[in-house]
Design a protein around this ligand. Sequence first.
Ligand code: AMP
Length: 145
Amino acid sequence: MRTPLSVLLKDKGGKTHSITEQHSIFDCASKMNETGVGALLVMENDILKGIISERDIVRKLFSTNNDPTKVLVQHLMTKDVVTVPPTMTVQEAMKLVTEKRFRHLPVVENGKLLGIISIGDLTRWVMLQQEQEIAALTGYIHGNG
Ligand code: AMP
């Protein structure tokens, strides 16, 4: 739980999927479907302009002009993106996503995007750590430690 996010990123790789503000929601949903991710970063020349997730599409599309080929990413994205440093721990990141009620954390250092950590990545990491601890304790109890 005290592991920094940089360790998870090293494991996962820094690949992120992005889209621009000018793309349509139709293109955005197609890209989410192709890449299998629940959120895309909205980028313009390496600058992070926003984030758009499946939830934005589901919740906001029907309250606007609901033609997904006409509504643009900039209309539904969240502009104030919360980013985190690679030194943030898994525990701190878990607390943040729980408090803020979102599932994606772009990791940024000195203005450079290093990758994105999802709540799924955090949960997998915590489960793996717990399994290893249980195995170590079980081994200790049975005298294999
Ligand atoms: P999610 O749970 O990540 O699918 O997102 C739920 C809502 O929070 C959506 O409106 C997203 O645009 C927004 N959101 C997701 N991640 C972030 C973030 N890191 N900073 C700000 N808003 C976010």
